[in-house]
Design a protein around this ligand. Structure first.
Ligand code: HEM
Length: 205
């Protein structure tokens, strides 16, 4: 499966109404001045946070690479605020996700920073625009976050599954059964420990 096919296969699993349309993208591009005004501080605070955190600092490498990293994020941001949410944009977001896997950046940190970025923009949208203007833009940003994060997570799982299938020679159905066995065992253990914890809570009450 190539990048475009994988991207489309993932998007088709989402409710179509939760994927930002080109028209919704125009709500973002119409506020270009707002997004540009906050670009520098968003990127500066984004990297301040990542470099000050011991969980993420290590994968970023030498602090002298920061200038290059910031430049990359500026370019990404400028394309994103143009609101051209078409097939190529989504395929690019899948690729960006895979680049991070290659650099040992966890999906967990990527998803956290997506949430941070949307929160950053949302706070300023609410502070600076009339509510009836800010709300629809926030709604598009939420859809954008969910769509890109779905592409990041699901493309990773699909790639991993394909690698396991190839390396093990197991077909997808048998692999699916093994995964189910793990899920059942986690559910059993999880339910038992939660029931125990509830038992402790009710006996303490
Ligand atoms: C909102 C979240 C993020 C966005 C939108 C983003 C965006 C990007 C983009 C566009 C690239 C270049 C991809 C390419 O080569 O085509 C990139 C590379 C990279 N990002 Fe991120 N990133 C995010 C979060 C993070 C986080 C949380 C980390 C680390 C903890 C990180 C570390 C890196 C690294 C190490 C590279 C590779 C740089 C290189 O090529 O030398 N990114 N990122």
């Amino acid at each position: 499966m190539n990048l475009t096919q994988m991207t489309q296969a993932i998007l088709q699993k989402m409710p179509a109404a939760r994927i930002p349309s080109l028209e919704e993208g125009q709500l973002i591009s119409a506020q270009r001045a707002f997004f540009q005004k906050h670009e520098a501080s968003l990127i500066n605070e984004f990297y301040n946070l990542l470099y000050s955190d011991s969980n993420t600092r290590l994968v970023l490498g030498e602090p002298k690479l920061r200038v290059q990293r910031e430049k990359t994020l500026h370019q990404w941001y400028q394309v994103t605020i143009s609101g051209s949410f078409d097939e190529d944009y989504w395929a690019w977001q899948t690729l960006v996700g895979i680049v991070h896997v290659k650099h040992k950046v966890s999906n967990v940190s990527l998803l956290s920073m997506w949430a941070w970025m949307v929160d950053f923009l949302q706070t300023r949208l609410l502070a600076e625009l009339p509510l009836e203007q800010a709300r629809p833009i926030i709604s598009v940003l939420n859809k954008l976050q969910a769509t890109v994060c779905s592409l990041i997570v699901e493309s990773f799982l699909m790639t991993q599954q394909e690698a396991i299938t190839r390396a093990s020679g197991l077909n997808e159905r048998i692999l699916g059964r093994f995964i189910n066995v793990e899920i059942d065992s986690l559910l059993k253990q999880g339910r038992e420990s939660l029931i125990q914890a509830q038992g402790l809570q009710s006996s303490a009450a």
